[in-house]
Design a protein around this ligand. Structure first.
Ligand SMILES: [Zn+2]
Length: 64
């Protein structure tokens, strides 16, 4: 019984948080998420390039 009450309380808090989030906060969160996504792609791209580069050499293809 107490567990159900706790879950409902958390659910209500999340619902209130969504309703009280302003348009500016939503824009900030969206920009933050986009920045993180861009950073992850920017960091991972060289790693992907290197792995493909090593794969080409392993396959006997010279590229330089
Ligand atoms: Zn190479």
């Amino acid at each position: 019984m107490s567990t159900t009450t706790a879950n409902e309380t958390v659910h209500d808090r999340i619902a209130v948080a969504k309703e009280t989030m302003t348009l500016g906060q939503m824009a900030a969160v969206t920009a933050f998420a986009a920045a993180i996504a861009f950073a992850l792609i920017f960091v991972q791209e060289p790693l992907v390039h290197d792995s493909m580069h090593n794969f080409r050499h392993a396959a006997g293809i010279t590229c330089h």
